[in-house]
Design a protein around this ligand. Structure first.
Ligand SMILES: Nc1nc2c(c(=O)[nH]1)N[C@H]1C(S)=C(S)[C@@H](COP(=O)(O)O)O[C@H]1N2
Ligand SMILES: [Mo]
Length: 391
């Protein structure tokens, strides 16, 4: 059982947030019994692990090998409690402020819809997906592989919106987007505000999404409107978007300045360290995970390239001694999507260490991944391998 202080960490993101002790009072509404919180009660409970009210993971054995993750099985991750359901009652009335453009203005979602539409398949993955595979007990939710899913996002291309406002203002270098949660009273807003910056180049691929897998975006996933930056880690995909700004500097919010920074174990976050922006090549086996009967067994999983299309996936049943090329089974949905893979193997009774190793954009998954303070970005194939017993 984790200690109380560790538990406080589990429900928060930034060190600042946890250090204030505020997390324990504002987000203590735990799914203590493992049940889904009200705002996500429509999720498939059988498929999910409820770590807390604000951190809900897809079970590894529920992932299977889908091209697109069913919405009811997609993970949820909130740094703050989500806003009230009222914000999705009248979606088109939702307003967003645009700044750092030639002609700054506010627009309603109803108006934004008129500017264009695009559907982009892209992986949504939390920076901490795979944290549980580090040995140094990185603080935070102990996600295994299920803080990720492949989604069909529908929305307005951000480029069209910026163009409609006369283009970026002079000196703009970052896209800075603010979430619309109500902030807890009595503490410095910058310690809890969800506001993220990404390099301005991301505008070309980003969208303001109002649809997920052909349906209106739910409150749990950021409805009525969220930012999607294809290829970038989950945290950059700001939900409940209230403000979009093209800025000369990165956001002053702690979540940007010190949070989500890749750094050596034991070091504090700082703006000079790499930010969790672009994702890397990664894959994991989703079945079988435990016992199997001898004979022909179908090993399946999913592989993503981050910013590049998956070129291939190799599978090993002997812990990486030998590898065989797997088949990419799903359609090629582009650079930002994942692809399911499969390999049929003849296995005699015994124990096997089953691993997968993807290649994309000329990069192959490494065997190990350097530990880092917060346990971000793990894509080492060995730690993601599964031991199965064939009887
Ligand atoms: N406004 C807002 N946006 C947010 C967050 C948040 O807490 N508030 N969490 C971020 C993080 S850390 C992740 S991993 C993704 C999770 O998206 P999901 O809950 O739709 O799965 O949303 C990101 N966007
Ligand atoms: Mo995340």
């Amino acid at each position: 059982m984790p200690s109380l202080s560790r538990r406080t960490f589990l429900v928060s993101t930034t060190g600042a947030f946890a250090a204030t002790g505020v997390a324990s009072t504002t987000t203590i509404a735990f799914g203590q019994d493992g049940s889904l919180p009200a705002y996500a009660a429509w999720k498939d409970g059988e498929a999910m692990i409820v770590h807390s009210n604000n951190t809900i993971e897809t079970r590894r054995d529920a992932i299977g090998a889908p091209s697109v993750t069913p919405t009811r099985e997609l993970f949820v991750r909130n740094n703050l409690p989500p806003p009230s359901e009222e914000i999705v009652a009248d979606r088109d009335a939702w307003t967003v402020a645009f700044e750092g453009v030639a002609n700054p203005r506010e627009m309603t979602l109803g108006e934004l819809r008129g500017l264009g539409v695009v559907t982009v398949p892209a992986v949504l993955q939390c920076s901490g997906n795979g944290r549980a595979f580090f040995d140094h007990e990185a603080s935070g939710t102990q996600w295994s592989v299920g803080a990720a899913g492949d989604i069909l996002w529908t929305g307005v291309p951000l480029r069209a919106v910026i163009d409609a406002m006369g283009g970026p203002a002079e000196g703009a270098r970052f896209l800075t987007v603010t979430g619309g949660e109500e902030l807890p009273a009595g503490i410095d807003p910058l310690t809890v505000l969800v506001e993220r910056s990404v390099p301005i180049e991301a505008v070309d691929e980003a969208l303001l999404a109002y649809g997920m897998n052909g349906e209106d975006l739910s409150l749990a996933h950021g409805g009525p409107l969220r930012l999607v930056v294809p290829g970038y880690f989950g945290v950059n995909n700001v939900k409940y978007v209230k403000r979009v700004a093209l800025t000369p500097e990165e956001s002053p919010a702690a979540i940007q300045q010190t949070g989500y920074r890749l750094r050596p174990v034991g070091e504090k976050g700082a703006p000079t360290q790499p930010s969790m922006w672009q994702m890397s090549v990664k894959s994991w086996v989703t079945e079988p995970l435990a016992d199997a009967s001898s004979g022909r067994i179908l090993i399946q999983g999913v592989a993503m390239g981050g910013m590049a299309s998956v070129e291939g996936v190799e599978v090993s049943t002997d812990g990486g001694e030998t590898w065989q090329e797997a088949t990419l089974t799903g359609p090629d949905l582009g650079a930002y999507a994942w692809r399911p893979f499969a390999l049929s193997a003849e296995l005699q009774p015994g124990t096997y260490l089953v691993a997968s190793r993807a290649t994309a954009g000329g990069e192959t998954q490494p065997e190990t991944f350097e530990p880092n303070e917060r346990g971000y970005g793990h894509n080492g194939w060995r730690a993601h391998a599964v031991e199965i017993t064939v009887v």
